[in-house]
Write a protein that binds this ligand. Structure first.
Ligand code: C2O
Length: 540
């Protein structure tokens, strides 16, 4: 293995999309940002300098940060933000990790434009579990906004209303021809008939889960969240923000221009969203540019069955140590809450974040961001920044999916910077249960510092006596779309010490408090102990 050095300059860049010019924040003047290439077990060193007037951090989504929690990146969880003009160097080793991942900003909503791919190749001489394709391409799905994202977050919270609507979906930054003035802003892959392509699909969308498809071509899934899967052929996939899926696509048509499309998967009721798809081209060499363009058929925006079909086929190729016994049986509800407002001033005195009507919670606790990083507070034993009383099971048990028994009291959340402490090496099972107090919805829940086995999922309220678990070949993921009006069961062994954020990867839900943090204690051995913080750790 080797050490790879990267320099990331977080900068403002002028960009014109759909005939409007604006400044966006990017890395090294690229949108999407630079690709981090590596091989399994490599050491990665990224010197990040913040040249914008805003705060910033970078998170390496899916990197398990073995004994390197300090480099994980979520602001106010493992580090203070890198302030304007400051530099921080992230250092970590890709221990037993290969595949496609995403890096993104982890401060406010900056990640809408600050993102890029991580591509980790197997060690030299180690073959792929499939015939190596003719070519590979990175395809990052995103959402584009004309507004300044930091202001948009503030304004959305202050309004107390629902999530804002993106101006466009994008494929590698390009909206494609469906939007105003975007005919030539299209991502295209030239393909040779008969050849097979590896597409590294990544979702960097901000507030939306999305479908992806290519007209007249099948997609064979071979990897999900940077872990090999048994090959599974589908005609479309769904990715939640942060998720990655590698697919093989054979160019088995003879000639023509086919479209690839990305569109919304929105399972909640009454939420406005961008319902125009981003289009790219899958174009056979030799076809004239405007030859037959077959448009792609995306599932409809609320096609829950299409999502389940993808989930049902995800199976680990080589599962390693699925925890069969569990030491810690946790149950977290996830969902939105309507907060109490004073009738005299309904907009200003509500108890959600920033006085809003809506909050979001896990086990009915809405997470309050601390003023300094939790990891620094924990490591230095600083008092008063967090508590260790995050409930391991719901405080109130009711019919989760069909809403609370008594309205409105049960819809309000508790607030707090509450953490759940896990003993080193404990084997955890966590049931994530969607709730319907506002609307049921598929939530992409991401755990930092670990991958976990998704041992089960289903619809309705979780019932231990009827739930079927797969302990043989469950997929090993870092983000799980908990089924709308349903539940998912995940298992992992808490063997990486530090403070690890877990949250919904729909950014508005994170802003509303749909998150919590685990503290995983040190073990006894040297390789079971969190190291000292790096000297250049930013201060708050
Ligand atoms: Cu993709 Cu908390 O992150």
């Amino acid at each position: 293995s080797s050490t790879r050095f990267y320099t990331f300059k977080v900068q403002k860049m002028r960009i014109t999309k759909m005939c409007k010019s604006k400044d966006i924040v990017t890395v090294n003047g690229m949108f999407p940002g630079p690709v981090v290439y590596a091989q399994e077990d490599d050491r990665i060193i990224v010197k990040v300098t913040n040249e914008t007037p805003y705060n910033a951090t970078i998170h390496w989504h899916g990197v398990r940060q073995r004994l390197s929690c300090w480099s994980d990146g979520p602001s106010y969880i493992t580090q203070c933000p890198i302030q304007a003009g400051q530099t921080f160097t992230y250092e970590f080793t890709l221990v037993q990790q290969k595949g496609t991942m995403l890096w993104h900003a982890h401060f406010s909503w900056l990640r809408a434009s600050v993102y890029g791919a991580i591509v980790v190749y197997p060690k030299t001489g180690v073959p792929y579990p499939f015939k190596y394709p003719y070519e590979e391409h990175i395809i990052i799905l995103g959402e584009y906004w004309h507004k300044n994202l930091l202001q948009l977050e503030k304004a959305t919270l202050a309004s107390g209303g629902g999530p804002p609507t993106a101006d466009a979906y994008t494929i590698n930054g390009h909206p494609g021809p469906n939007y105003n003035c975007s005919n030539n802003d299209v991502y295209k892959i030239d393909v040779v008939p008969g050849k097979t392509y590896l597409l590294r699909l990544i979702s960097a969308a901000l507030n939306m889960e999305t479908f992806f498809t290519i007209s007249n071509h099948m997609l064979t899934i071979v990897e999900a969240d940077a872990e090999y899967t048994k090959p599974y052929t589908v005609d479309r996939v769904m990715l939640g923000p942060g998720q990655t899926i590698n697919v093989l696509v054979t160019a088995d048509q003879s000639i023509g221009r086919f479209s690839m499309a990305m569109g919304p998967y929105m399972s909640a009721q009454n939420v406005p969203f961008q319902n125009i798809s981003a289009i790219g081209y899958f174009q056979y060499v030799g076809s004239t540019p405007n030859s037959v363009s077959l448009s792609a058929q995306l599932p409809s925006f609320n096609d829950n069955l299409a999502v389940k079909t993808v989930m049902d086929g995800l199976r680990s190729l080589n599962p390693v140590d699925v925890p069969l016994e569990i030491d810690n049986n946790l149950f977290f509800t996830i969902g939105l809450n309507v907060e109490k407002c004073h009738s005299s001033n309904p907009n200003k005195s509500c108890q959600g974040p920033n006085g809003g009507v809506l909050a979001a919670s896990m086990n009915n606790v809405s997470f309050i961001r601390p003023k300094i990083s939790l990891l620094q507070a924990y490591y230095n034993e600083l008092q008063g920044h967090y508590t260790e009383d995050f409930p391991g099971v719901p405080l109130k048990v009711y019919d989760f999916v069909n809403g609370p028994n008594t309205i409105p009291n049960d819809t309000q959340s508790l607030n707090g910077t509450r953490t759940k402490v896990l003993e080193y090496g404990s084997r955890v099972q966590l049931i994530l249960q969607d709730t319907g107090t506002v609307s049921t919805e598929n939530h992409p829940i991401h755990l930092h510092g670990y991958s976990f086995y998704v041992v089960g999922y289903g619809s309705g309220n979780y019932n231990p006596s009827t739930a079927k678990l797969n302990l043989v070949d469950p997929p090993y993921m870092n983000t799980i779309g908990v089924p709308v009006g349903g539940w998912a069961a995940i298992r992992f062994t808490a063997d990486n010490p530090g403070v690890w954020f877990m949250h919904c990867h729909l950014e508005i839900h994170l802003s509303w408090g749909l998150s919590m943090a685990f503290i995983v204690k040190n073990g006894k051995g040297e390789l079971e102990t969190l190291p000292h913080p790096p000297a250049d750790m930013p201060r708050c």
